[in-house]
Design a protein around this ligand. Structure first.
Ligand code: 2YJ
Length: 270
């Protein structure tokens, strides 16, 4: 799991609302739409449930410490969904106390292993890994024009780690025939036991139009590595496409560092 670095997210606070609009152009869904579809709720229901709610984001210093502007970025994403969010002045347990005393309905916080949203009124909890996997899978379905399901069409998931496994299961549940590509061949048995096909060669990735990329290597996919009509969703950090491949597939890929997962977490607890 890749830990975010503050230089990567330094502009997120000011760009959070723009990215929601760009996603709408690329996929037909903004943050609130993707939050709704990934959590199986209606957008109008989320809008109704969000009324008057306040979200507290609590910086957490345990482990490797707080990441500069992480909590501010999360709050900006939630604000961009039309929901009031603030960052607590205190951190850790004291921050949880502050969130409660200031009347927050939803608490968001992350340490090195887990990033959660907790609705303290309803008791609902969402996890960033699950939210990210379902959100990006739904993005792929929308971009592929398969919002109702893949109906036996083939999808390749790159990287069979936490998010890759979750996406593979989610997409299978949506009717896709899922193949896995992972450079660690030891994962093949596990993937096949879960009912997924296995892609042996990087060269074979060209056979797939629909790609869900959960790898964390960065710049290992170039222009000629994918099919001409490839559609790519990529929660993996750093992003796999080279700069040339990004130009080539412009408009046909979605990748971000925090936004889609965060929006979907809110969907899960509203
Ligand atoms: O509050 C802070 O600023 C930090 N404690 C945030 C830490 C963020 N954590 C990560 O980036 C880890 N990779 C865990 C993320 C889990 C989601 N997949």
């Amino acid at each position: 799991m890749t830990r975010l670095v503050s230089e990567w997210i330094v502009k997120m606070e000011e760009n959070a609302a723009n990215w929601s609009n760009e996603l709408k152009e690329k996929t037909g869904m903004d943050y609130l739409d993707i939050a709704a579809v990934s959590s199986g709720k209606l957008r109008t229901a989320l809008e109704g449930n969000a009324k008057g709610k306040r979200v507290a984001v609590i910086p957490v210093t345990s482990g490797l410490g707080a990441i500069d502007s992480f909590a501010q970025s999360v709050a900006a994403i939630v604000n961009a969904m039309g929901i009031e969010a603030f960052v607590t002045e205190c951190t850790d347990v004291n921050g949880v106390y502050e969130a409660y005393t200031k009347g927050a309905d939803i608490l968001m916080m992350a340490d090195d292993d887990r990033y959660i949203a907790l609705n303290r009124i309803s008791g609902e909890l969402s996890d960033n890994n699950i939210a990210t996997a379902s959100g990006y899978s739904e993005m792929l379905m929308a971009m592929a024009g398969k919002s109702e399901g893949f109906n036996g069409q083939t999808v390749v998931v790159l990287g069979y780690g936490i998010i890759g496994k979750l996406m593979a299961s989610y997409l299978k549940g949506k009717g896709a025939v899922v193949f896995i590509y992972d450079k660690n061949l030891k994962k093949r048995e596990d993937a096949e036991a879960s009912g997924f096909g296995w892609v042996w060669e990087k060269n074979d990735l060209k056979k797939f139009q629909y790609i869900a990329d959960a790898t964390s290597e960065g710049k290992w996919i170039d222009c000629n590595d994918l099919s001409e009509d490839a559609v790519i969703v990529a929660p993996g950090i750093p992003f796999s496409l080279t700069d040339d491949a990004k130009r080539k597939f412009q408009g046909r890929y979605v990748h971000d560092l925090l936004e889609i997962g965060t929006a979907c977490m809110i969907g899960g607890v509203l």
